[in-house]
Structure formats: structure tokens, C-alpha cells
Ligand binder design. Structure first.
Ligand code: 6LW
Length: 531
């Protein structure tokens, strides 16, 4: 019996995947940037069906000034590139809290940099973050044959021989003390002379040799996976003659998958090897509104080196595993449709936990409006879900006794400076809706459309996503929602805006800076892939 899965295994914004195995289970984490809860944890017995069991950053105690402080972290900053490993009966996770500019938080701001968190159960609770000194991003961990722990990450070279040159560096970790000890070793600056951003490093010990798998070329079109080998963990590392071992950069912009890189390897219980890697699927031209997604790739070993996607040399559209499926595809795989209850692990808020900005009520939420808007680097009243399909509807039913100057609505979000919102307000003449595009930091409002219905009439708000075209619809009471305006996802993806994220769909409420006691009652929100 075998089972087959379509790539990507996690559609939508699930970048920088890291995977490990504990007995019969595989566990996987991905980056979440400014969204919380942070770092979704998924598990699978078959690599084919994945179930989300929790998040690494899920408790208020992990946040705030002494912990992971999201205050002031702009869009596409936040938690980058986690690595998940399991040793001594615990899960160990390292990742980096980053400012959008990649800065290290000088000048009295809260701490930025690498953190270590642990848990006995991957579902949590996860520990408070322990800060580890050291520069750069993309940390990883490996334990050697003597039980010594080695932390590795990437950082810019102090005196680069070419622009964008980075180096993978290594130091021993004392896991009990939670600090790096001993001398530093520089392992690698990429397979190619002139390669930018050797990053996403992971070390493995296989059959007595050390392997370094790292990305290079940057996480966009030129992304690639390379591998190097050494006799000792500290090096010297020699690159494989076949590098890069996986890339789609030579396939051109018309390729159905681009930007493949940032791979992590795992050995299954039967001795077979697999990689997870990120990639993007462009549509509507060279745009990828779904963001960087997680793909599964088979691996074999030949002559002491890993071969990724043997015989094919690229991320396959489907992957067959040599065992039966042990579960069902989960919500994070885009396989669950309809009302998304508040306890669904897909809910995220910006720079705050969902429970800090909203209260679960039956199938929906009480969403107290906040003075902050989606344009502020703050924690607005926003609850969102990743867009995971080219064709999907988000439909929300909302009641709200709005005061003057207040609005509720649904939004397509990339960042503070790039989002589109369907904004509903209430004036003396009744409900009115308008689509507002925030593009490069400036608002452009479409015509206001009056919505018939009394002040208590529930609002129906819809984002109808059809490829890169989105209709934004609103209705009050029993009236069918009408199209208030349109958006083009090609203005909202990271190709257009920069940054690292896919598009989020969400609901929000704001009083535009004024104190407010208004609470929007969101009776339900449904995310329905169509077609
Ligand atoms: C990730 C790094 C990268 O840490 O993007 O450009 C960062 N490369 O590997 C965010 O996903």
C-alpha cells in the first residue's frame, strides 16, 4: 500500500519548513513573522496527511518586554525560520525574532535575536524563550555522536568578498545553561562564488559523515539548495560537485513552481529519506499571492551524497510514499471547508494572540473595536486566515452598533502599507460600504455604496477570490450582498510589495484613533475553497 500527496503539502503561507521525526511521528514547523500565535506545529505519521497540533508561541507569558516583544515589529519582521529537533525526550526549537529591517534592536528597544524554546509535547505548553547570543538568522541545532550540541545560523560576512555574501557559523550550545559556549567556526559561504544569502543551514550526521544543507540565492527566483560534507562537525566542508542539488531557477518564470529552497531533511522509520522545502506557485503572471508554501520531496543517497527528487530534479507535482495514509488531510492542508470555529488553530492576529483581541462566542467572536487601524504597526482588532487556494470565499456575518467614525469590515492583508479593506460605516442615512486600497502607505477609497437595512441588521461581508481577482461584497439584513468594489491580488503579493508573506483574509474593526467601547459580534466566519 502506498499513499500519494499533491504538492504543496501545506498550501498558503507556510515558509521555511523544518521537520523532525520522533518514533512513528513527523513534526513540522514554519515561520509566522508578525502573526500570532507563532510557529504552527504540525504532525504526521505518513508525510502525506498533516494535522496541526498547536503553536510554539501560544502563551501570553512568552510575549512582552522580557520575552518575544512584537511591539514595533513591522510586517514581514517577527519570527523567522525555526528549526525543530527532538532529543532527550524534549522538543527543541530555535528561531530568530527579527525587525523588518533585519536590525538587532539597538537603542533601548526590546531584545531581538535567536531564541530557544522547549516542550515535552509538541502541542505545548512550550517554554519561555531563552535568548542565545549570536548574530544573524536561520538558526539550527544538531547533536553529535558524543552528545554535544551544535548551534548554527547564518549572518552577513564582516568583510564580504561579494555583495550579499553570508556565512554559516557554528558554536557549541550548552543546552542546560541555555547559552553558546566555546569558539566559533565559520563553515560555509555558499556553493557558488558570488552566491547571495547562504542561509537556512541544517547539519546532519549520516553514516559517520557531516552534511550541511543550506539555501542560497535568496528566497525569491534564484533560490537553491546546496549540500556540503565534512568529517568533523566543525569542518572543513567541501561542496558537492553536483550543487545546487535542487533549484527551479533555471526553469524560468513560467515554471509552475518557483523559488524552491530552504530544505530540511528527515529519515523515516523505514530508512527512506525526505525533504521539505519552500516554493511558490505563480499565477496571473509572475505573482504568488499564496506566498511561500511547503513542498515534500523524495531523497535518496548515492555515493555518499543526497539526491533530491531523483530522476526528476525538481519538486514533483505529486509524491508517493511507500506506506498507506495514516490520517486525513487537515485544515492546514487546505482540506477543510466552511465555518472556521474560534478554536481552529488557523486563526491568527497581528502582534497579539487572537484571545487578546477577541473573545470566542459560539461559532464566532466578539471583536472589540480598537483605536488602532490596519495601517498601524500595532495590534489592531484583526483576526485572519491564510489564503490557501486560488479560488475561495471568505464570508462573515457581523452585527455592530457603530459610532461615528468607526468601521468594521473584511480585509486582504499583506502589510500595514499594502492591504485592501471592505469598510462598513454607519451614518445618519444608514449603513454604507466602500473598498479602500492601501497601496504603498496611501489610502485610495472607492465610491461608498449604501446598504439598505436598519441599525440592527446583521451585515454579510464577503471576499470572493477568483484567481488574482477579488470581489468584495456587502449586504445588510436579508438583502443579497452586492459587489462594492474589486481588488487585484497582484498588487498585494510579495512580488509587488516586497516582504515574505502570502495574503491573509480577515475581519477587523477600528475606531480610527478614538477611544471606543464598541464590540462587533462576528456570528460566524466561513472559508470555502470553491471549484
Ligand atoms: C528566512 C530566510 C530567508 O529566514 O527569508 O531570504 C527569511 N531568506 O531563509 C524569512 O522567511
Amino acid at each position: 500500500m502506498t499513499a500519494t500527496v499533491a504538492n504543496p503539502v501545506l498550501p498558503g503561507c507556510y515558509p521555511d519548513p523544518s521537520v523532525c521525526r520522533v518514533g512513528d511521528w513527523f513534526y513540522l514547523v514554519t515561520s509566522t513573522f508578525e502573526y500570532l500565535p507563532g510557529l504552527p506545529v504540525l504532525r504526521s505519521r505518513d508525510l502525506v496527511t498533516w494535522e496541526q497540533v498547536g503553536h510554539v508561541v501560544h502563551r501570553p507569558e512568552q510575549l512582552g518586554p522580557d520575552g518575544l516583544d512584537y511591539a514595533g515589529i513591522g510586517a514581514s519582521g517577527g519570527l523567522y525560520a525555526p528549526t525543530l529537533r527532538h532529543h532527550d525526550g524534549r522538543f527543541w526549537l530555535v528561531c530568530t525574532l527579527v525587525d523588518r529591517d533585519g536590525g538587532s534592536g539597538a537603542g533601548g528597544r526590546s531584545r531581538r535575536g535567536h531564541v530557544l524554546m522547549t516542550a515535552e509535547d509538541a502541542a505545548g505548553p512550550w517554554s519561555a524563550p531563552v535568548w542565545l547570543d549570536g548574530d544573524g538568522i536561520d538558526p539550527s541545532l544538531v547533536v553529535d555522536e558524543d552528545g554535544r550540541w551544535w548551534f548554527h545560523a547564518t549572518r552577513p560576512v564582516a568583510e564580504p568578498a561579494w555583495p550579499g555574501q553570508t556565512e554559516v557559523w557554528l558554536r557549541e550550545l550548552d543546552p542546560a545553561a541555555g547559552r553558546l559556549v566555546g569558539p566559533e567556526h565559520v563553515l560555509w559561504t555558499g556553493a557558488l562564488h558570488g552566491a547571495v544569502w547562504a542561509e537556512g543551514p541544517h547539519l546532519y550526521r549520516v553514516d559517520g559523515a557531516w552534511y550541511l544543507v543550506a539555501a542560497e540565492g535568496g528566497t525569491e527566483h534564484q533560490h537553491a539548495v546546496s549540500v556540503a560534507r565534512a568529517d568533523r562537525v566543525t569542518g572543513p566542508y567541501t561542496g558537492h560537485a553536483g550543487n545546487p542539488v535542487l533549484t527551479h531557477r533555471h526553469l524560468g518564470r513560467g515554471s509552475d513552481v518557483v523559488g524552491v529552497g530552504h530544505a530540511d531533511l528527515v529519515e523515516a522509520a523505514d530508512g527512506s529519506w525526505w525533504a521539505v522545502a519552500l516554493g511558490m506557485r505563480p499565477y496571473g503572471g509572475y505573482h504568488y499571492p499564496l506566498g511561500r508554501e511547503t513542498f515534500l520531496v523524495p531523497v535518496v543517497w548515492e555515493d555518499g551524497w543526497p539526491v533530491l527528487a531523483p530522476g526528476v530534479g525538481r519538486v514533483p507535482a505529486e509524491v508517493t510514499v511507500p506506506w498507506p495514509a495514516a490520517g486525513r488531510p487537515g485544515a492546514a492542508q487546505g482540506a477543510v471547508s466552511g465555518v472556521v470555529p474560534p478554536d481552529d488553530l488557523r486563526w491568527t492576529a497581528v502582534r497579539a494572540l487572537p484571545a487578546e483581541v477577541a473573545r470566542p462566542v459560539d461559532d464566532g467572536w466578539d471583536l472589540p473595536l480598537r483605536p488602532e487601524t490596519l495601517a498601524d504597526v500595532a495590534a489592531p482588532a484583526f483576526l485572519g486566515l491564510r489564503l490557501q487556494h486560488r479560488t475561495a470565499d471568505l464570508r462573515a456575518t457581523v452585527t455592530a452598533a457603530l459610532a461615528d467614525g468607526e468601521e468594521v469590515g473584511v480585509a486582504l492583508r499583506q502589510s500595514e502599507d499594502h492591504h485592501v479593506r471592505l469598510a462598513v460605516t454607519r451614518g445618519p442615512g444608514g449603513w454604507s460600504a466602500a473598498v479602500v486600497h492601501r497601496d504603498g502607505g496611501a489610502d485610495r477609497a472607492g465610491a461608498a455604496v449604501p446598504l439598505p437595512g436598519g441599525p440592527d441588521a446583521p451585515l454579510t461581508l464577503v471576499l470572493r477570490v477568483r484567481g488574482v481577482d477579488v470581489d468584495l461584497l456587502a449586504g445588510a439584513g436579508d438583502a443579497e450582498p452586492v459587489v462594492v468594489g474589486r481588488a487585484d491580488l497582484r498588487t498585494l503579493d510579495s512580488v509587488a510589495t516586497g516582504g515574505f508573506l502570502g495574503v491573509w483574509l480577515g475581519l477587523y474593526g477600528t475606531s480610527h484613533g478614538r477611544p471606543t467601547g464598541t464590540v462587533a459580534r462576528v456570528a460566524s466566519v466561513a472559508y470555502t475553497p470553491a471549484g
